[in-house]
Write a protein of this length. Sequence first.
Length: 116
Amino acid sequence: MKILSVARDLEVAEARESALKEVGFDVRSARDFRTLADLCTQHIFDLAIIGHAFDPEVKQAIAAILVEGNPTPEILEIYVGRPTVKNAAAVLGSLDVNDLVNQVRQMARNIRARSA
């Protein structure tokens, strides 16, 4: 399963990527639109994580870029306050990396089950 994690902060991006790789996921991270667009043209992602620290308009722009270059990946939006990505398959209102790993594992099981 190939995952794209989009986070604004370098430390947050590294922590998420490390935690997900530790449990066996293939993860790439982006912190800006250029890297995001490049990764979307180079890889096909099964799941994309949009981090909590972006304004709602930026989250929507990230989601739009995700669907341009890929068959639409499942989107997991991490939020504080309220979710804003309309086409997100799941939302997570926790910033805890263990909660993220658990949510991604559940989504991965669902994605695998649908493709079997």
